[in-house]
Write a protein that binds this ligand. Sequence first.
Ligand SMILES: [Zn+2]
Length: 466
Amino acid sequence: MAPSAAGDGALERIVIENCAIATVDADDTEYASGHVVVAGNRIESVGAGRAPEGLGGVVRRIDGTGHLATPGLVNTHHHFYQWITRGLATDHNLFNWLVALYPTWARIDEPMVRAAAQGSLAMMARGGVTTAMDHHYVYPRGSGDLSGAVIAAAREMGVRFTLARGSMDRGTSDGGLPPDFAVESLEGALAGTEETIDKHHDASFDAMTQVAVAPCSPFSVSTELMRQGAELARRKGVRLHTHGSETVEEEEFCKELFGMGPTDYFESTGWLGSDVWMAHCVHMNDSDIAAFARTGTGVAHCPSSNARLAAGIARVPDMLKAGVPVGLGVDGTASNESGELHTELRNALLINRLGAHREAALNARQALRLGTYGGAQVLGRTGQIGSLEPGKLADLVLWKLDTLAHSSIADPVVALVLGAAAPVSLSLVDGKPVVEAGHLTTVDEDAIARSTRDEAQRLARIAAQG
Ligand SMILES: [Zn+2]
């Protein structure tokens, strides 16, 4: 339930005033100078001008002059473990890149995954991400509690989090792409996923941790795991996530192995629906887009990764026009070394303008919506996050736009999206600060930099031994 209104002395309030505000609500309401009042872990009020007089329990009053307040950014696709295999196989397409990296990835262990998760989370949180997700699908035998390590890292950072518990069970001997030693059994993958849901999924309004069922991709997962994974998710009432229609090669693979394209294959295995979101969806024809729209299947658009792996340009304007929910994703940092989401607002806009719709493809406000409300849509959390509205969770960012980088741009949303990566003066998650004046408050960034370097070197040594 939302907290009661002004006068409830037990609630601690944070008042932010004098900032521009882009609420990203249904009407795209904006204020040139307005206020946000946070009460406990909820947004209590948003509006023009100063905050209401006489509020009780105000523990902090912030002058937001020179800033833009937006909803916190929502990342909808990532692979945290890749933080320690960045900068490798830099001139490859997806399949060649995967084949080059699988042998190294198959050597990961719990301390490596913990460090990599901290690195990935820190980089995103510093840039205004308040809801993160990790699609983790590499579970080598005897490697420890990798899901637990990732979830612990997110809790420590203080960001809202969805773990998409991934899996692979189609090794090369079954016609798949990953080597046999990198995959789980069908039974092992399903049992591990169910255990993760039972242990960690929180279905409450305020949930900080949620779990989704997430077999990796058609070319690394058996049809049975796709089918039974979908059944498991629906039995447990959790969401479904996978990679889809990323490359031309994947389309050819599906046609050869299943006699149909990826979207038809997903439909035949129970993988289209309003509880499903898929990463990439680059190679979609009109009927694929119509099928996503008809079923409410969501898309995690990852423009930098698609460019890095020469995958192509997803048809985001056509998806939006058809009514497909679209969020943004960093994707794993082995295919997007920057690891930032706020720069993906700009990249989404620019890359889509290179596509068929040219200058009409996306505008700055649509790009901001993809990174906030669109993300909440694909994660199934629009009632709680994704816009600044009374009653929603207090996940918000104050972007500093009064320095050299942005101060001569009059429109703050345009400055945020098209300008340089804007510094974050404050990021609140669940009403608590995660970033203050550009620095993470919950963790030691330099310590994470050291541990991720050490673990990356340890992984490289182990992988080199074969
Ligand atoms: Zn991915």
